[in-house]
Design a protein. Structure first.
Ligand SMILES: Nc1ncnc2c1ncn2[C@@H]1O[C@H](COP(=O)(O)OP(=O)(O)OP(=O)(O)O)[C@@H](O)[C@H]1O
Ligand SMILES: [Mg+2]
Lengths: 328, 236
Protein backbone atom coordinates (compact mmCIF):
# COMPACT_ATOMS: atom_id res chain seq x y z
CA UNK A 1 0.00 0.00 0.00
CA UNK A 2 2.71 2.47 0.97
CA UNK A 3 4.66 1.48 -2.08
CA UNK A 4 1.60 2.07 -4.22
CA UNK A 5 0.98 5.52 -2.77
CA UNK A 6 4.62 6.41 -3.20
CA UNK A 7 4.42 5.40 -6.86
CA UNK A 8 1.20 7.34 -7.22
CA UNK A 9 2.90 10.46 -5.90
CA UNK A 10 5.78 9.99 -8.32
CA UNK A 11 3.32 9.48 -11.14
CA UNK A 12 1.31 12.55 -10.31
CA UNK A 13 4.32 14.87 -10.22
CA UNK A 14 5.63 13.43 -13.45
CA UNK A 15 2.11 13.60 -14.86
CA UNK A 16 1.77 17.25 -13.90
CA UNK A 17 4.85 18.05 -15.95
CA UNK A 18 3.55 16.01 -18.87
CA UNK A 19 0.23 17.83 -18.61
CA UNK A 20 1.96 21.22 -18.78
CA UNK A 21 3.81 20.20 -21.94
CA UNK A 22 0.78 18.46 -23.43
CA UNK A 23 -1.23 21.68 -23.19
CA UNK A 24 1.17 23.35 -25.62
CA UNK A 25 0.68 20.60 -28.17
CA UNK A 26 -3.06 20.62 -27.79
CA UNK A 27 -3.46 24.42 -27.83
CA UNK A 28 -1.55 24.78 -31.08
CA UNK A 29 -3.27 21.81 -32.64
CA UNK A 30 -6.66 23.19 -31.63
CA UNK A 31 -6.00 26.46 -33.41
CA UNK A 32 -3.80 25.59 -36.38
CA UNK A 33 -4.39 21.84 -36.76
CA UNK A 34 -0.64 21.56 -36.66
CA UNK A 35 1.61 19.37 -34.59
CA UNK A 36 4.30 21.68 -33.31
CA UNK A 37 7.31 19.37 -33.26
CA UNK A 38 9.43 22.17 -31.87
CA UNK A 39 7.31 22.25 -28.73
CA UNK A 40 9.50 19.72 -26.92
CA UNK A 41 12.32 22.20 -27.44
CA UNK A 42 10.32 24.86 -25.59
CA UNK A 43 10.49 22.57 -22.59
CA UNK A 44 14.22 22.15 -23.08
CA UNK A 45 14.90 25.86 -23.66
CA UNK A 46 12.80 26.71 -20.63
CA UNK A 47 14.92 24.35 -18.57
CA UNK A 48 18.12 26.00 -19.76
CA UNK A 49 16.82 29.50 -19.13
CA UNK A 50 15.73 28.39 -15.66
CA UNK A 51 19.22 27.01 -15.13
CA UNK A 52 20.71 30.36 -16.18
CA UNK A 53 18.46 32.50 -14.03
CA UNK A 54 18.87 30.33 -10.97
CA UNK A 55 22.65 30.49 -11.25
CA UNK A 56 22.55 34.20 -11.86
CA UNK A 57 20.55 34.77 -8.71
CA UNK A 58 22.02 32.15 -6.42
CA UNK A 59 25.45 30.95 -7.50
CA UNK A 60 28.36 32.99 -6.15
CA UNK A 61 30.78 31.81 -8.82
CA UNK A 62 28.38 32.58 -11.68
CA UNK A 63 27.68 36.02 -10.27
CA UNK A 64 31.40 36.69 -9.90
CA UNK A 65 32.09 35.70 -13.53
CA UNK A 66 29.18 37.74 -14.84
CA UNK A 67 30.10 40.81 -12.77
CA UNK A 68 33.62 40.72 -14.20
CA UNK A 69 32.36 41.16 -17.73
CA UNK A 70 29.17 43.11 -17.01
CA UNK A 71 29.92 45.41 -14.04
CA UNK A 72 26.31 46.65 -13.82
CA UNK A 73 25.27 43.12 -12.86
CA UNK A 74 27.37 43.20 -9.71
CA UNK A 75 24.34 44.19 -7.62
CA UNK A 76 23.53 40.47 -7.75
CA UNK A 77 26.38 39.89 -5.32
CA UNK A 78 24.49 41.71 -2.60
CA UNK A 79 21.17 39.99 -3.24
CA UNK A 80 22.65 36.48 -3.44
CA UNK A 81 22.66 35.75 0.32
CA UNK A 82 19.05 36.92 0.60
CA UNK A 83 17.92 34.59 -2.21
CA UNK A 84 19.83 31.57 -0.98
CA UNK A 85 19.38 31.66 2.76
CA UNK A 86 15.98 33.10 3.62
CA UNK A 87 12.60 31.54 3.01
CA UNK A 88 11.18 34.70 1.45
CA UNK A 89 14.27 34.98 -0.71
CA UNK A 90 13.92 31.39 -1.82
CA UNK A 91 10.29 31.87 -2.81
CA UNK A 92 11.14 35.07 -4.63
CA UNK A 93 14.03 33.37 -6.41
CA UNK A 94 11.75 30.56 -7.52
CA UNK A 95 9.12 33.00 -8.78
CA UNK A 96 11.77 34.95 -10.69
CA UNK A 97 13.31 31.81 -12.14
CA UNK A 98 10.01 30.39 -13.32
CA UNK A 99 8.63 33.76 -14.37
CA UNK A 100 11.64 34.75 -16.47
CA UNK A 101 11.94 31.31 -17.99
CA UNK A 102 8.23 31.27 -18.88
CA UNK A 103 8.15 34.77 -20.34
CA UNK A 104 11.34 34.40 -22.40
CA UNK A 105 10.32 31.00 -23.71
CA UNK A 106 6.85 32.37 -24.48
CA UNK A 107 8.43 35.18 -26.48
CA UNK A 108 10.55 32.60 -28.27
CA UNK A 109 7.36 30.73 -29.13
CA UNK A 110 5.80 33.88 -30.59
CA UNK A 111 8.94 34.54 -32.61
CA UNK A 112 9.00 31.01 -33.99
CA UNK A 113 5.36 31.23 -35.02
CA UNK A 114 5.89 34.59 -36.66
CA UNK A 115 8.89 33.62 -38.73
CA UNK A 116 8.80 29.85 -39.14
CA UNK A 117 5.07 29.03 -39.27
CA UNK A 118 3.02 32.03 -40.27
CA UNK A 119 4.57 32.41 -43.74
CA UNK A 120 3.53 28.79 -44.38
CA UNK A 121 0.01 29.06 -43.05
CA UNK A 122 -1.59 28.78 -46.47
CA UNK A 123 0.84 26.19 -47.78
CA UNK A 124 0.21 22.44 -47.64
CA UNK A 125 0.29 21.24 -44.05
CA UNK A 126 3.43 19.21 -44.53
CA UNK A 127 5.43 22.42 -45.02
CA UNK A 128 4.73 23.74 -41.53
CA UNK A 129 5.49 20.30 -40.12
CA UNK A 130 8.89 20.26 -41.78
CA UNK A 131 9.54 23.80 -40.65
CA UNK A 132 8.72 22.71 -37.08
CA UNK A 133 11.15 19.80 -37.32
CA UNK A 134 13.78 22.21 -38.59
CA UNK A 135 13.13 24.57 -35.68
CA UNK A 136 13.49 21.66 -33.28
CA UNK A 137 16.88 20.66 -34.69
CA UNK A 138 18.00 24.26 -34.80
CA UNK A 139 17.12 24.91 -31.16
CA UNK A 140 18.78 21.73 -29.92
CA UNK A 141 21.98 22.50 -31.77
CA UNK A 142 21.90 26.13 -30.82
CA UNK A 143 21.69 25.27 -27.13
CA UNK A 144 24.34 22.58 -27.57
CA UNK A 145 26.78 25.08 -29.09
CA UNK A 146 25.89 28.12 -27.02
CA UNK A 147 25.60 26.48 -23.60
CA UNK A 148 26.67 22.88 -23.62
CA UNK A 149 25.23 19.41 -23.92
CA UNK A 150 24.65 18.80 -20.22
CA UNK A 151 24.39 21.26 -17.37
CA UNK A 152 24.18 20.42 -13.72
CA UNK A 153 21.15 22.20 -12.39
CA UNK A 154 21.80 23.93 -9.07
CA UNK A 155 19.73 22.81 -6.13
CA UNK A 156 18.90 25.87 -4.04
CA UNK A 157 20.37 25.40 -0.59
CA UNK A 158 17.10 26.26 1.05
CA UNK A 159 15.29 23.56 -0.89
CA UNK A 160 17.97 20.98 -0.10
CA UNK A 161 17.57 21.66 3.59
CA UNK A 162 13.83 21.16 3.64
CA UNK A 163 12.61 17.91 5.18
CA UNK A 164 10.36 15.54 3.35
CA UNK A 165 6.74 16.22 4.16
CA UNK A 166 5.00 13.36 5.97
CA UNK A 167 1.62 12.55 4.45
CA UNK A 168 0.34 9.62 6.51
CA UNK A 169 1.91 6.50 7.93
CA UNK A 170 5.44 6.24 6.66
CA UNK A 171 4.61 7.98 3.42
CA UNK A 172 6.58 11.07 2.72
CA UNK A 173 6.63 13.43 -0.17
CA UNK A 174 9.75 15.28 -1.25
CA UNK A 175 9.30 19.08 -1.04
CA UNK A 176 10.15 19.48 -4.72
CA UNK A 177 7.45 16.96 -5.67
CA UNK A 178 4.94 18.79 -3.55
CA UNK A 179 5.92 22.09 -5.15
CA UNK A 180 5.67 20.62 -8.64
CA UNK A 181 2.32 19.02 -8.00
CA UNK A 182 0.72 22.09 -6.45
CA UNK A 183 2.13 24.47 -9.07
CA UNK A 184 0.88 22.23 -11.87
CA UNK A 185 -2.59 22.11 -10.38
CA UNK A 186 -2.69 25.88 -9.93
CA UNK A 187 -1.52 26.51 -13.50
CA UNK A 188 -3.90 23.97 -14.99
CA UNK A 189 -6.82 25.38 -13.05
CA UNK A 190 -5.93 28.95 -14.00
CA UNK A 191 -5.64 28.10 -17.68
CA UNK A 192 -8.94 26.27 -17.60
CA UNK A 193 -10.68 29.29 -16.05
CA UNK A 194 -8.91 31.66 -18.42
CA UNK A 195 -10.07 29.78 -21.49
CA UNK A 196 -13.63 29.24 -20.36
CA UNK A 197 -14.39 32.54 -18.66
CA UNK A 198 -12.33 35.46 -19.94
CA UNK A 199 -12.96 37.39 -23.12
CA UNK A 200 -9.54 36.56 -24.49
CA UNK A 201 -9.96 32.91 -23.60
CA UNK A 202 -13.28 32.80 -25.38
CA UNK A 203 -11.64 34.42 -28.38
CA UNK A 204 -9.13 31.57 -28.38
CA UNK A 205 -11.91 29.00 -28.33
CA UNK A 206 -13.82 30.79 -31.06
CA UNK A 207 -10.70 30.96 -33.21
CA UNK A 208 -10.06 27.26 -32.80
CA UNK A 209 -13.63 26.43 -33.77
CA UNK A 210 -13.95 28.67 -36.81
CA UNK A 211 -11.26 31.14 -37.85
CA UNK A 212 -13.31 32.97 -40.47
CA UNK A 213 -16.27 33.41 -38.15
CA UNK A 214 -13.93 34.55 -35.37
CA UNK A 215 -12.51 37.19 -37.70
CA UNK A 216 -16.04 38.35 -38.48
CA UNK A 217 -16.62 38.83 -34.74
CA UNK A 218 -13.77 41.32 -34.69
CA UNK A 219 -11.20 38.94 -33.27
CA UNK A 220 -7.68 39.53 -34.52
CA UNK A 221 -6.75 35.99 -35.51
CA UNK A 222 -3.03 36.64 -35.66
CA UNK A 223 -3.01 38.03 -32.12
CA UNK A 224 -4.90 35.01 -30.84
CA UNK A 225 -2.46 32.66 -32.55
CA UNK A 226 0.45 34.62 -31.08
CA UNK A 227 -1.14 34.35 -27.63
CA UNK A 228 -1.44 30.61 -28.09
CA UNK A 229 2.21 30.42 -29.02
CA UNK A 230 3.04 32.33 -25.86
CA UNK A 231 0.99 30.32 -23.40
CA UNK A 232 2.03 26.86 -24.67
CA UNK A 233 5.79 27.47 -24.57
CA UNK A 234 5.51 29.37 -21.27
CA UNK A 235 3.87 26.35 -19.63
CA UNK A 236 6.44 24.08 -21.29
CA UNK A 237 9.21 26.23 -19.81
CA UNK A 238 7.77 25.82 -16.33
CA UNK A 239 7.83 22.05 -16.84
CA UNK A 240 11.42 22.23 -18.14
CA UNK A 241 12.57 24.19 -15.12
CA UNK A 242 10.85 21.73 -12.79
CA UNK A 243 12.56 18.92 -14.63
CA UNK A 244 15.91 20.55 -13.92
CA UNK A 245 15.09 21.08 -10.25
CA UNK A 246 13.83 17.53 -9.79
CA UNK A 247 16.49 15.61 -11.70
CA UNK A 248 19.34 18.05 -11.15
CA UNK A 249 20.39 18.25 -14.76
CA UNK A 250 19.34 19.75 -18.08
CA UNK A 251 20.55 18.42 -21.43
CA UNK A 252 20.16 19.76 -24.96
CA UNK A 253 18.10 16.72 -25.96
CA UNK A 254 16.05 16.42 -22.80
CA UNK A 255 12.90 17.36 -24.74
CA UNK A 256 12.76 14.11 -26.65
CA UNK A 257 11.12 11.67 -24.26
CA UNK A 258 8.98 14.07 -22.21
CA UNK A 259 7.96 15.55 -25.57
CA UNK A 260 6.83 12.20 -26.92
CA UNK A 261 5.06 11.35 -23.67
CA UNK A 262 3.33 14.73 -23.54
CA UNK A 263 2.28 14.48 -27.16
CA UNK A 264 0.92 11.03 -26.39
CA UNK A 265 -0.91 12.52 -23.43
CA UNK A 266 -2.50 15.12 -25.68
CA UNK A 267 -3.64 12.43 -28.12
CA UNK A 268 -4.84 10.21 -25.29
CA UNK A 269 -6.98 13.00 -23.88
CA UNK A 270 -8.27 13.99 -27.29
CA UNK A 271 -6.01 16.36 -29.17
CA UNK A 272 -7.33 19.90 -29.18
CA UNK A 273 -9.08 19.37 -25.86
CA UNK A 274 -7.47 21.18 -22.93
CA UNK A 275 -8.92 19.12 -20.11
CA UNK A 276 -8.10 16.04 -22.15
CA UNK A 277 -4.45 17.03 -22.26
CA UNK A 278 -4.42 17.52 -18.49
CA UNK A 279 -6.09 14.19 -17.86
CA UNK A 280 -3.83 12.47 -20.39
CA UNK A 281 -0.73 13.93 -18.78
CA UNK A 282 -1.61 12.67 -15.31
CA UNK A 283 -2.70 9.28 -16.66
CA UNK A 284 0.54 8.72 -18.51
CA UNK A 285 2.58 9.88 -15.55
CA UNK A 286 0.80 7.49 -13.18
CA UNK A 287 0.86 4.59 -15.64
CA UNK A 288 4.55 5.07 -16.11
CA UNK A 289 5.26 5.20 -12.40
CA UNK A 290 3.17 2.10 -11.67
CA UNK A 291 4.70 0.20 -14.56
CA UNK A 292 8.23 0.97 -13.44
CA UNK A 293 7.40 0.14 -9.83
CA UNK A 294 5.50 -3.09 -10.28
CA UNK A 295 6.90 -4.49 -13.48
CA UNK A 296 10.18 -3.06 -14.60
CA UNK A 297 11.70 0.25 -15.53
CA UNK A 298 12.90 -1.31 -18.74
CA UNK A 299 9.35 -2.12 -19.79
CA UNK A 300 7.89 1.16 -18.56
CA UNK A 301 7.47 2.77 -21.96
CA UNK A 302 6.30 -0.41 -23.66
CA UNK A 303 3.54 -0.82 -21.11
CA UNK A 304 2.52 2.81 -21.24
CA UNK A 305 2.26 2.82 -24.99
CA UNK A 306 0.49 -0.54 -25.10
CA UNK A 307 -2.20 0.85 -22.82
CA UNK A 308 -2.37 3.97 -24.94
CA UNK A 309 -2.96 1.91 -28.06
CA UNK A 310 -5.63 -0.11 -26.28
CA UNK A 311 -7.47 3.01 -25.19
CA UNK A 312 -7.26 4.54 -28.65
CA UNK A 313 -8.66 1.37 -30.23
CA UNK A 314 -11.81 1.84 -28.19
CA UNK A 315 -11.84 5.62 -28.22
CA UNK A 316 -10.07 6.79 -31.38
CA UNK A 317 -10.87 10.43 -30.63
CA UNK A 318 -9.17 10.21 -27.24
CA UNK A 319 -10.73 10.06 -23.80
CA UNK A 320 -12.36 13.48 -23.85
CA UNK A 321 -12.25 14.04 -27.61
CA UNK A 322 -15.54 15.44 -28.75
CA UNK A 323 -17.25 13.64 -31.55
CA UNK A 324 -17.09 16.12 -34.38
CA UNK A 325 -20.30 18.11 -34.45
CA UNK A 326 -21.66 18.16 -37.93
CA UNK A 327 -21.95 21.61 -39.39
CA UNK A 328 -25.28 22.25 -41.05
CA UNK B 1 -23.60 55.97 -50.53
CA UNK B 2 -23.00 53.81 -47.50
CA UNK B 3 -21.25 51.14 -49.55
CA UNK B 4 -19.73 51.59 -52.92
CA UNK B 5 -17.93 48.85 -54.81
CA UNK B 6 -15.91 49.68 -57.90
CA UNK B 7 -14.54 47.22 -60.44
CA UNK B 8 -13.85 44.52 -57.86
CA UNK B 9 -11.87 41.40 -58.85
CA UNK B 10 -11.25 38.41 -56.55
CA UNK B 11 -9.62 35.10 -57.44
CA UNK B 12 -8.93 31.80 -55.74
CA UNK B 13 -5.57 30.94 -57.20
CA UNK B 14 -6.22 30.74 -60.93
CA UNK B 15 -10.02 30.65 -60.54
CA UNK B 16 -11.41 34.10 -61.14
CA UNK B 17 -14.50 34.17 -59.00
CA UNK B 18 -15.47 37.81 -59.50
CA UNK B 19 -14.35 39.74 -62.51
CA UNK B 20 -14.93 43.42 -62.12
CA UNK B 21 -18.20 44.11 -60.38
CA UNK B 22 -19.49 47.52 -59.35
CA UNK B 23 -22.52 48.23 -57.23
CA UNK B 24 -23.60 50.34 -54.34
CA UNK B 25 -25.91 50.39 -51.36
CA UNK B 26 -27.42 53.56 -49.94
CA UNK B 27 -28.09 54.10 -46.27
CA UNK B 28 -31.40 52.56 -45.22
CA UNK B 29 -31.82 50.35 -48.28
CA UNK B 30 -32.39 46.65 -48.67
CA UNK B 31 -30.38 45.47 -51.66
CA UNK B 32 -30.35 41.89 -52.94
CA UNK B 33 -27.78 40.04 -55.02
CA UNK B 34 -29.22 37.05 -56.81
CA UNK B 35 -27.48 34.59 -59.11
CA UNK B 36 -27.01 30.93 -59.88
CA UNK B 37 -24.69 28.63 -57.92
CA UNK B 38 -21.09 29.62 -58.41
CA UNK B 39 -21.94 33.10 -59.69
CA UNK B 40 -19.63 34.66 -57.11
CA UNK B 41 -22.16 35.96 -54.59
CA UNK B 42 -20.46 34.57 -51.50
CA UNK B 43 -17.09 35.63 -52.80
CA UNK B 44 -18.44 39.16 -53.07
CA UNK B 45 -19.57 39.21 -49.44
CA UNK B 46 -16.37 37.52 -48.27
CA UNK B 47 -14.36 40.19 -50.05
CA UNK B 48 -16.46 42.95 -48.49
CA UNK B 49 -15.71 41.49 -45.05
CA UNK B 50 -12.00 41.08 -45.71
CA UNK B 51 -12.04 37.28 -45.70
CA UNK B 52 -10.71 37.35 -49.26
CA UNK B 53 -8.51 40.09 -50.62
CA UNK B 54 -9.36 41.55 -54.00
CA UNK B 55 -6.52 41.99 -56.48
CA UNK B 56 -8.20 44.89 -58.20
CA UNK B 57 -10.88 47.42 -57.49
CA UNK B 58 -12.03 49.29 -54.41
CA UNK B 59 -14.55 49.09 -51.62
CA UNK B 60 -15.66 52.27 -49.91
CA UNK B 61 -17.72 51.99 -46.77
CA UNK B 62 -19.14 54.94 -44.90
CA UNK B 63 -16.78 57.27 -46.74
CA UNK B 64 -13.69 55.22 -45.98
CA UNK B 65 -11.61 53.00 -48.25
CA UNK B 66 -11.70 49.53 -46.67
CA UNK B 67 -10.17 47.61 -49.57
CA UNK B 68 -7.81 44.90 -48.33
CA UNK B 69 -8.47 45.49 -44.64
CA UNK B 70 -8.48 42.52 -42.26
CA UNK B 71 -11.84 41.06 -41.20
CA UNK B 72 -11.54 42.29 -37.61
CA UNK B 73 -10.83 45.84 -38.77
CA UNK B 74 -13.84 45.79 -41.09
CA UNK B 75 -16.02 44.51 -38.25
CA UNK B 76 -14.83 47.52 -36.26
CA UNK B 77 -16.42 49.71 -38.94
CA UNK B 78 -19.79 48.03 -38.26
CA UNK B 79 -19.96 46.19 -41.57
CA UNK B 80 -21.20 42.87 -40.20
CA UNK B 81 -21.74 39.61 -42.07
CA UNK B 82 -23.99 36.64 -41.39
CA UNK B 83 -21.98 34.09 -43.35
CA UNK B 84 -23.11 31.31 -45.65
CA UNK B 85 -23.82 28.16 -43.66
CA UNK B 86 -24.31 30.13 -40.41
CA UNK B 87 -20.87 29.38 -39.01
CA UNK B 88 -21.92 29.50 -35.37
CA UNK B 89 -19.27 28.32 -32.89
CA UNK B 90 -20.45 24.73 -32.43
CA UNK B 91 -18.82 24.00 -29.06
CA UNK B 92 -19.95 27.22 -27.47
CA UNK B 93 -23.33 27.77 -25.91
CA UNK B 94 -25.96 29.99 -27.48
CA UNK B 95 -25.24 32.67 -24.87
CA UNK B 96 -21.49 32.49 -25.51
CA UNK B 97 -22.07 32.79 -29.26
CA UNK B 98 -24.06 35.95 -28.69
CA UNK B 99 -21.26 37.23 -26.44
CA UNK B 100 -18.78 36.71 -29.25
CA UNK B 101 -20.89 38.98 -31.43
CA UNK B 102 -20.25 41.78 -28.95
CA UNK B 103 -16.52 41.02 -28.82
CA UNK B 104 -15.44 44.54 -29.76
CA UNK B 105 -17.86 46.32 -27.45
CA UNK B 106 -17.19 47.42 -23.90
CA UNK B 107 -20.50 49.08 -23.05
CA UNK B 108 -21.70 46.40 -20.64
CA UNK B 109 -25.09 47.98 -19.96
CA UNK B 110 -25.99 48.36 -23.63
CA UNK B 111 -24.70 44.89 -24.44
CA UNK B 112 -27.11 43.49 -21.90
CA UNK B 113 -29.95 45.45 -23.43
CA UNK B 114 -29.09 44.25 -26.91
CA UNK B 115 -28.85 40.72 -25.61
CA UNK B 116 -32.40 40.94 -24.29
CA UNK B 117 -33.54 42.50 -27.55
CA UNK B 118 -32.04 39.67 -29.60
CA UNK B 119 -33.85 37.18 -27.40
CA UNK B 120 -37.15 38.94 -27.99
CA UNK B 121 -36.49 38.74 -31.74
CA UNK B 122 -35.72 35.04 -31.42
CA UNK B 123 -37.55 33.62 -28.40
CA UNK B 124 -36.39 30.14 -29.41
CA UNK B 125 -32.85 31.11 -28.46
CA UNK B 126 -33.98 32.09 -24.98
CA UNK B 127 -34.99 28.52 -24.20
CA UNK B 128 -31.72 27.20 -25.57
CA UNK B 129 -29.38 29.73 -23.94
CA UNK B 130 -27.15 27.12 -22.36
CA UNK B 131 -27.24 24.60 -25.18
CA UNK B 132 -24.18 24.07 -27.40
CA UNK B 133 -24.76 25.82 -30.71
CA UNK B 134 -23.67 22.74 -32.67
CA UNK B 135 -26.71 20.86 -31.39
CA UNK B 136 -29.24 23.44 -32.62
CA UNK B 137 -31.45 22.84 -35.64
CA UNK B 138 -30.63 24.60 -38.90
CA UNK B 139 -33.28 27.25 -38.34
CA UNK B 140 -32.14 27.90 -34.79
CA UNK B 141 -28.55 28.19 -35.96
CA UNK B 142 -29.61 30.76 -38.54
CA UNK B 143 -31.38 32.74 -35.83
CA UNK B 144 -28.29 32.51 -33.66
CA UNK B 145 -26.03 33.64 -36.49
CA UNK B 146 -28.28 36.64 -37.05
CA UNK B 147 -28.56 37.37 -33.35
CA UNK B 148 -24.78 37.19 -33.02
CA UNK B 149 -24.39 39.66 -35.87
CA UNK B 150 -26.90 42.03 -34.24
CA UNK B 151 -24.83 42.01 -31.06
CA UNK B 152 -22.14 43.80 -33.09
CA UNK B 153 -24.48 46.75 -33.78
CA UNK B 154 -24.26 46.63 -37.57
CA UNK B 155 -24.58 49.70 -39.72
CA UNK B 156 -24.59 47.46 -42.78
CA UNK B 157 -25.69 43.86 -42.30
CA UNK B 158 -24.78 41.45 -45.07
CA UNK B 159 -26.57 38.10 -45.12
CA UNK B 160 -25.47 35.15 -47.26
CA UNK B 161 -28.46 32.95 -48.10
CA UNK B 162 -30.21 33.11 -44.76
CA UNK B 163 -33.06 30.95 -46.07
CA UNK B 164 -30.89 28.07 -47.24
CA UNK B 165 -32.25 24.70 -46.16
CA UNK B 166 -34.98 26.11 -43.94
CA UNK B 167 -38.69 25.31 -43.77
CA UNK B 168 -41.02 27.94 -45.28
CA UNK B 169 -42.39 28.96 -41.87
CA UNK B 170 -38.91 29.68 -40.56
CA UNK B 171 -37.96 31.52 -43.74
CA UNK B 172 -40.94 33.76 -43.17
CA UNK B 173 -39.80 34.53 -39.62
CA UNK B 174 -36.30 35.33 -40.83
CA UNK B 175 -37.52 37.65 -43.55
CA UNK B 176 -39.90 39.43 -41.20
CA UNK B 177 -36.96 40.11 -38.92
CA UNK B 178 -34.86 41.38 -41.79
CA UNK B 179 -37.62 43.85 -42.59
CA UNK B 180 -37.94 44.87 -38.96
CA UNK B 181 -34.19 45.45 -38.64
CA UNK B 182 -34.29 47.57 -41.76
CA UNK B 183 -37.10 49.66 -40.30
CA UNK B 184 -34.92 50.21 -37.25
CA UNK B 185 -32.31 51.75 -39.52
CA UNK B 186 -29.96 48.89 -40.39
CA UNK B 187 -28.98 48.81 -44.04
CA UNK B 188 -29.22 45.33 -45.56
CA UNK B 189 -27.28 43.60 -48.32
CA UNK B 190 -28.88 40.24 -48.95
CA UNK B 191 -27.84 37.24 -51.01
CA UNK B 192 -30.59 34.85 -51.92
CA UNK B 193 -31.48 31.93 -54.13
CA UNK B 194 -35.07 32.53 -53.16
CA UNK B 195 -35.34 35.41 -55.65
CA UNK B 196 -39.05 35.89 -55.39
CA UNK B 197 -39.05 36.43 -51.67
CA UNK B 198 -35.84 38.46 -51.59
CA UNK B 199 -36.70 40.81 -54.44
CA UNK B 200 -40.14 41.23 -52.91
CA UNK B 201 -38.70 42.96 -49.84
CA UNK B 202 -35.83 44.73 -51.61
CA UNK B 203 -35.51 48.31 -52.74
CA UNK B 204 -33.05 47.30 -55.41
CA UNK B 205 -31.35 44.21 -56.72
CA UNK B 206 -28.46 42.99 -58.83
CA UNK B 207 -28.25 39.79 -60.86
CA UNK B 208 -24.85 38.11 -60.90
CA UNK B 209 -23.68 35.61 -63.45
CA UNK B 210 -20.25 33.94 -63.51
CA UNK B 211 -18.44 36.74 -61.75
CA UNK B 212 -20.08 39.77 -63.31
CA UNK B 213 -23.22 41.80 -62.71
CA UNK B 214 -25.61 41.12 -65.52
CA UNK B 215 -28.66 43.17 -64.56
CA UNK B 216 -29.73 45.70 -62.01
CA UNK B 217 -32.92 47.48 -61.09
CA UNK B 218 -35.51 47.97 -58.41
CA UNK B 219 -36.96 44.88 -56.81
CA UNK B 220 -40.14 45.23 -58.80
CA UNK B 221 -38.34 45.76 -62.10
CA UNK B 222 -36.28 42.64 -61.63
CA UNK B 223 -39.28 40.60 -60.57
CA UNK B 224 -41.03 41.69 -63.77
CA UNK B 225 -37.98 41.03 -65.93
CA UNK B 226 -38.39 38.25 -68.46
CA UNK B 227 -34.87 36.85 -68.04
CA UNK B 228 -35.03 36.89 -64.27
CA UNK B 229 -38.37 35.13 -64.29
CA UNK B 230 -37.00 32.42 -66.55
CA UNK B 231 -33.71 31.91 -64.81
CA UNK B 232 -34.60 32.36 -61.14
CA UNK B 233 -38.29 31.94 -60.73
CA UNK B 234 -38.62 28.77 -62.78
CA UNK B 235 -41.13 30.18 -65.24
CA UNK B 236 -41.05 29.81 -68.98
N1 LIG C 1 -12.17 28.44 -51.51
C1 LIG C 1 -12.30 28.35 -52.85
N2 LIG C 1 -11.29 27.85 -53.59
C2 LIG C 1 -11.41 27.79 -54.93
N3 LIG C 1 -12.47 28.17 -55.63
C3 LIG C 1 -13.52 28.67 -54.93
C4 LIG C 1 -13.48 28.79 -53.52
N4 LIG C 1 -14.64 29.33 -53.11
C5 LIG C 1 -15.38 29.51 -54.22
N5 LIG C 1 -14.69 29.14 -55.32
C6 LIG C 1 -15.16 29.24 -56.72
O1 LIG C 1 -15.49 30.58 -56.98
C7 LIG C 1 -16.68 30.68 -57.71
C8 LIG C 1 -17.69 31.53 -57.00
O2 LIG C 1 -18.05 30.89 -55.77
P1 LIG C 1 -19.06 31.53 -54.73
O3 LIG C 1 -19.04 30.68 -53.54
O4 LIG C 1 -18.75 32.96 -54.57
O5 LIG C 1 -20.45 31.37 -55.49
P2 LIG C 1 -21.91 31.63 -54.98
O6 LIG C 1 -22.53 32.55 -55.95
O7 LIG C 1 -21.93 32.04 -53.57
O8 LIG C 1 -22.56 30.19 -55.14
P3 LIG C 1 -23.66 29.45 -54.24
O9 LIG C 1 -24.97 29.97 -54.65
O10 LIG C 1 -23.49 28.03 -54.60
O11 LIG C 1 -23.34 29.73 -52.81
C9 LIG C 1 -17.15 29.25 -57.96
O12 LIG C 1 -16.75 28.87 -59.24
C10 LIG C 1 -16.43 28.45 -56.91
O13 LIG C 1 -16.15 27.16 -57.38
MG1 LIG D 1 -22.62 31.20 -51.87
Amino acid sequence: MEFFVQLLIDGLTLGGMYALIALGFTLVYGILLMINFAHAEMFMTGGFIGYGVLNLLGSESTIATVSDTLPFMSFLQSTQPFFTTTAVGFILMMLLTFGISAVLTGLLGITIERFAYRPLRNSPRLCALISALGMSLFLQNFVLLAVGHRMVFPTPEFLANLDAVPLFGAIRIAPIDLIIFITCLVLLFTLDRFVSKTKLGKAMRATSQDKDAAGLMGININSVIALTFFIGPALGAVAGTFFGLKYGVVTFNMGLFPGIKAFTAAVLGGIGNLRGAMLGGFLIGVLEALASGYISIAYRDVITFAILILILIFRPGGLLGESVVEKV
Amino acid sequence: MLLSVKDLHTSYGKIRAIKGISFDVAEGEIVTLIGANGAGKSTTLRTLSGLESPHEGSITFNGEDITGMKPHDITKKSLIQVPEGRRVFPQMTVAENLDMGAFLRNDKENIKEDYERVLTFFPRLQERKNQKAGTLSGGEQQMLAMGRALMAKPKLLTLDEPSMGLAPVIIEVIFEIILKLNEEGITILLIEQNANLALGISDRGYVMETGIIKLSGTGEELLANEEVRKAYLGED
